[in-house]
Design a protein. Structure first.
Length: 107
């Protein structure tokens, strides 16, 4: 068996848990709580008075905050990549026009 191509994240774990069974669906989120970084754990309080929907919304909000830096890095990296592609395409068009002008005069 090879190594996984990337580290398994808490989002992967949450996605996997949708197939698990629990008497109370909140138990799955409380189980995930033990796997998250400490700074997230502080905001994910075990509270059976909250509905499943409330807890999932809070969980998603915390995961989003925790990974916002990585998501921003990906967004910026993608924009930079697209900008470089656009610049290369622009330079290729200019070069193509120069070649057309230099060949066109003699015919």
């Amino acid at each position: 068996m090879g190594k996984p191509c990337r580290e398994v994240t808490i989002l992967d774990q949450a996605f996997d848990m949708r197939y698990r069974r629990a008497t109370d669906r909140r138990d799955m989120l409380f189980a995930l709580r033990s796997m998250v970084p400490e700074e997230m754990r502080e905001n994910l309080v075990v509270n059976y008075d909250k509905s499943v929907d409330e807890l999932y919304a809070e969980f998603f909000k915390e995961v989003e905050k925790a990974y916002m830096g990585e998501m921003e890095f990906v967004r910026v990296s993608e924009k930079e990549r697209l900008d470089k592609i656009a610049e290369i395409e622009r330079l290729n068009r200019e070069e193509s026009k120069k070649r057309q002008r230099s060949y066109g005069g003699g015919w």
